[in-house]
Design a protein around this ligand. Structure first.
Ligand code: COA
Ligand code: AMP
Length: 630
């Protein structure tokens, strides 16, 4: 069957199609109900099926005789460590940690927050939770305590699993002071704080009182077996930025997700069992969940945990060293990582040092990939660079190419064609489908296929409002897009307050809330402007309160620090421009798109609703002086 047939079947005969895909994974009880509705009349997949994700990732392969194959490779240029774990060894670690969690009183349906760097213990913690039905929430290590607090307050974890420190290139990031602060600020006490002591050479970490030592817990605990959970049992929560300041707890099921991941490994990534697959993403993002942990392990691929950056650890050849050393056959990263490498090694000199014979495909996602980067990649690496589009909400690609039979055609700058299960349309504002080559909103006809979000944690209303209320019967993606005559779709960018900074999804409204909380700020607008390396970076335009005496320089510094302290260094707000007033519509709405276009130096049309056109000159002039000063 070719890709088009698979797509057609997935839409026209969805029940049969996904039943067959579900048969590709091992269930404790295969579902009788393939598609049904929950209490909110929202679609559920495989409702009466029973399974366990940790079993699928580890135990199943041992039972099939692959226990001594390599499941996980940890490669850490920042600590000079390399380590391999077989499926048998991984099972030992995971099952004993699971036993440890049970001994602390954790049980099926409790939640646990995991705030850890790129080390094997993070993956073990995720799979240990999955093993006993504990719902995990991994928090990206680059987030500040405030972000941790928001998540703790929302999901009320029974345990917080962390490590003493992370390492950013050569900089040590001590986690414990951040955790301590978060616990102090959180509404409820977290009963169990489990800390993996990394025992780094220059160990300066102060353990605080009452913590549980990760290694001690593992060594003294009995291994725990996999519990059987229902297909719609939440495997994890992953908070992501939305249109309001508060992140949304995207809730992922177990059975539909496992089915979708298995499907994607086979058909989209076209990877054989036993091969090495590497998604160079942090565990704290959706890619890290789906393609550094669950997808490759379900498919019995060796997964690679990389603790480093594409550059400077130690150089821009590090990706190619890993691909060569571990015979990686397919890799997944964000375009920003390739741009960073391209900048450091424009002529691809470092690439020549490595044998990339086993490398077949490069997948890119997280942000739009510019054609120059694609061209550089293909020229110097010589393997196809395949863009694909997805979101935390979907958990696996929604647009892309089905590479399983090598019968696919890359169209540069397009994110691909709809993936089976995703009936994608481009709508205008009023919900009418647009013709080819017209830009509109990317929407997906319901029901979404298996693996897509179950909802927003404990908040059906917010789920409905964020995704289902814009166009009845459709999921609203928040992205703009254009379709061409061959069915390829080009993503034009977010149409809401979400920006993508170096592949990190952030909310400008969350930043605006922080900027506005500065006592001297009357109002502000934060927009995402173009950036050669990071794709986008935030830019704040600020109006000060009358009579405010603070200098522009000082307010800029204070605002930058405030955002860094609240969200984390990843927010990357480095520019704050003070203006007399913001451009607004006659009804008082800030014209953020206009500000963005002016700062980007692009052509713009003056909105007909603008209150006072003169403000455009004011902003342009101010920006010119601002730029000259920098
Ligand atoms: N823990 C603590 N701090 C972190 C962090 C983490 N996990 N990740 C990033 N930071 C910090 C950085 O140290 C930096 O801090 P600084 O301002 O004090 O220097 C800041 O956040 C910005 O980080 P980043 O945007 O990553 O910049 P960088 O210069 O360190 O690296 C890239 C630039 C492009 C190499 C890097 O962003 C990258 O590899 N991006 C790809 C991301 C990706 O793969 N995403 C996958 C999603 S599909
Ligand atoms: P995240 O939830 O962090 O994966 O971010 C999802 C958002 O990233 C999408 O809504 C898009 O705006 C953007 N995105 C992801 N993949 C692509 C891509 N291939 N091309 C353009 N934008 C992308």
């Amino acid at each position: 069957m070719n890709a088009d047939d698979l797509f057609k079947q997935s839409i026209e005969n969805k029940e049969q199609f996904w039943k067959e895909q579900a048969q590709e994974i091992s269930w404790f009880e295969f579902p009788n109900q393939i598609i049904s509705k929950d209490e909110n009349n929202y679609t559920q997949w495989f409702a009466d099926g029973k399974l366990n994700m940790s079993y699928l990732c580890i135990d199943k392969h041992i039972e099939d005789g692959f226990g001594e194959e390599i499941a996980i490779i940890y490669d850490s240029p920042v600590t000079n460590q390399k380590k391999k774990y077989t499926f048998n060894q991984a099972k030992e670690e995971i099952s004993k940690l699971a036993g440890g969690l049970i001994s602390l009183g954790l049980k099926n349906s409790d939640t646990a927050v995991i705030y850890m760097p790129m080390i094997p213990q993070t993956l073990f913690a995720m799979l240990a939770c999955a093993r006993i039905g504990v719902i995990h929430n991994v928090v990206f290590g680059g987030f500040a305590p405030h972000e941790l607090v928001v998540r703790i307050d929302d999901c009320k974890p029974k345990a917080l699993i962390t490590a003493t420190a992370g390492i950013e290139i050569a900089k040590r990031i001590p986690y414990l002071p951040l955790v301590e602060k978060a616990i102090e600020l959180a509404q409820d006490k977290v009963e169990n704080i489990i800390v993996f002591n990394r025992k780094l050479a220059d160990n300066q970490d102060e353990m605080f009182e009452g913590i549980i030592d990760y290694e001690e817990l593992v060594s003294k605990s009995e291994p725990s077996d996999c519990v059987s959970v229902e297909s719609n049992h939440p495997l994890y929560l992953l908070y992501t930025s939305g249109t309001t300041g508060k992140p949304k707890g995207i809730t992922r099921d177990t059975g539909g997700y496992a089915t979708a991941l298995k499907f994607s490994m086979k058909y989209i990534y076209g990877i054989e069992q036993g091969e090495a697959f590497w998604a160079a993403s942090d565990f704290g993002w959706a890619v890290g969940h789906s393609y550094s942990v669950y997808g490759p392990l379900i498919n019995r691929n060796t997964t690679i945990i990389f603790e480093g950056k594409p550059i400077m650890t130690p150089d821009a050849g590090t990706f190619w060293r890993i691909i060569s050393e571990y015979k990686v056959s397919a890799m997944f990263t964000a375009p920003t990582a390739i741009r960073a490498i391209k900048k450091e090694d424009p002529n691809g000199e470092l690439i020549k040092k490595y044998d990339l014979r086993h490398f077949k495909k490069q997948f890119l996602a997280g942000e739009r990939c510019d054609v120059a980067t694609l061209d550089w990649f293909e020229k110097h690496i010589g393997v196809p660079a395949i863009d694909h589009w997805w979101q935390t909400e979907s958990g696996s690609p929604m647009l892309g190419l089905m590479t399983f039979n090598d019968d696919y055609k890359i169209k540069r700058a397009a994110a691909g064609k709809p993936i089976p299960g995703y009936d994608i349309k481009i709508f205008d504002e009023n919900g009418y489908e647009l013709d080819e080559h017209k830009e509109g909103y990317l929407v997906i006809k319901l029901p979404l296929p298996p693996g897509a979000l179950l909802g927003v944690w404990n908040d059906y209303e917010r789920f409905e409002k964020s995704y289902l209320s814009q166009y009845k019967g459709y999921y609203f993606s928040g992205d703009g897009a254009i379709k061409d005559e061959d069915g390829y779709i080009f993503i034009t960018g977010r149409v809401d307050d979400v920006i993508n900074v170096a592949g990190h999804r952030l909310s400008t409204s969350e930043m605006e809330e922080i900027v506005s909380s500065h006592p001297a700020v009357a109002e502000c607008a934060v927009v995402g402007i173009d950036d050669d390396l990071r794709g986008q970076v935030p830019f704040a335009t600020v109006v000060l309160k009358n009579g405010s005496e603070i200098s522009e320089e000082n307010i800029e510094k204070e605002i930058i620090l405030k955002v860094r302290e609240k969200i984390g260094a990843v927010a990357f707000l480095k520019s704050v421009m003070i203006v007399k007033r913001l451009p607004k519509t006659r009804s008082g709405k800030i014209l953020r798109k206009l500000i963005r276009t002016i700062i980007d130096g692009k052509e713009f049309q003056i909105p007909s609703t603008i209150d006072d056109e003169k403000i455009i000159d004011e902003i342009q002039e101010k920006f010119k002086t601002y730029k000259d000063k920098k």
